[in-house]
Design a protein around this ligand. Structure first.
Ligand SMILES: [Zn+2]
Length: 150
C-alpha cells in the first residue's frame, strides 16, 4: 500500500476492506490508489458484484462510519502482532521483537498499517461506491471498486 494518502479516504479504505471481508468473503485489497477526488481498490475476486451486493456494501461502510468509532494506532512486537493480523507482506528481516504498527477501527477492523488516519470514523464523511467491475484480461480475476467521500 502506498504511504501518501488523504487520511479520510484512507480510513474509509480500512472500513471498505473489512466490509469486503465480512460481506463477500473476499481478502483485503491488494492494491489501492487513493486521491482526494476518487479512489480505487483492487481485490482478488472472481466476479463482479451484483447491484444488491454493491448497495449492501455501501450501506455497511456508511453504517460503520456513522458509528463514529475510534481509530487507534499502536506499536506492538512482531511476534505478538502476527497473532492478530496477517503479516505475510512484511519482510522476513523484521525481527520478532521489532515493533509493528497496528491500526484498529473500533472493534470492526484491525490491520498493520503505516498510513495516516482520522481519529474517529465520524470524521470521514459519507462513502459512495462510484463503480465496480472486473478488469479485463486479468488472471487471477481482479475486481476494481471506485469510491469517493462526500
Ligand atoms: Zn491505514
Amino acid at each position: 500500500m502506498s504511504k501518501d494518502y488523504d487520511p479520510q479516504m484512507h480510513t474509509a479504505e480500512h472500513v471498505l476492506n473489512q466490509s469486503m471481508v465480512r460481506l463477500l468473503g473476499c481478502g483485503r485489497c491488494f492494491s489501492s490508489h487513493l486521491n482526494p477526488g476518487k479512489s480505487k481498490c483492487d481485490y482478488h475476486f472472481a466476479r463482479d458484484l451484483t447491484p444488491e451486493e454493491a448497495a449492501g456494501l455501501e450501506k455497511q461502510v456508511n453504517k460503520i462510519l456513522a458509528q463514529d468509532l475510534p481509530v487507534r494506532e499502536e506499536m506492538i512486537p512482531r511476534r505478538q502482532a502476527e497473532k492478530l493480523v496477517n503479516l505475510s507482506k512484511l519482510p522476513a528481516s523484521v525481527g520478532p521483537d521489532e515493533p509493528i504498527r497496528i491500526v484498529r477501527v473500533g472493534d470492526y477492523d484491525i490491520c498493520p498499517c503505516i498510513g495516516a488516519h482520522v481519529e474517529r470514523t465520524g470524521q470521514v464523511g459519507s462513502f459512495r461506491l462510484v463503480s465496480h467491475g472486473l478488469l479485463e484480461g486479468q488472471e487471477p480475476p481482479v475486481l476494481r471498486l471506485r469510491f469517493r467521500i462526500e
